[in-house]
Design a protein around this ligand. Sequence first.
Ligand code: FEO
Length: 168
Amino acid sequence: MINYRIEKALNEQVNAELYSSYLYLSMSSYFESISFKGFANWMRAQAQEELSHAMKFYDYIMERGGKVSLEKIDAPQKEWASPLKVFEDTYKHEQKVTSLINALVDLAISEKDHATNNMLQWFVAEQVEEEANASEILDQLKMIGDEKRSLFMIDRELGQRVFKQSKD
Ligand code: FEO
């Protein structure tokens, strides 16, 4: 059984992951609207990945005998000035999520909840990857500036991404 403070914090993270999914789906929709199908595909896969993160927390709360409590999800931003701006926001958002995960680890340690701390370590590692992925694309976009041909090449590359459900 998890204690009330941990249950509440994990429920807040379910909401944060669902918001992440919503935000990336909104970015996908923005990319569709400016005819960048590859960027849209990447963001759509990212939205699916965030939904799987939310479900990981959801399942863990249930497994520990807690109660999942779904709250309102904030509306995400709908328009951006450029692909560069989208990835600036993506990178910033992932840094914010990392700080949320770190705060959860701090709480699990202070509450002496070793099982929750252990579960959270998967997310600690995942956030390293999430930040690296966003920052790599952001760096590419910064490098090419307004160069259309390179932008279309990145778009084609990002069109290859396929969402894979993680097994653990
Ligand atoms: Fe669920 Fe992108 O972190």
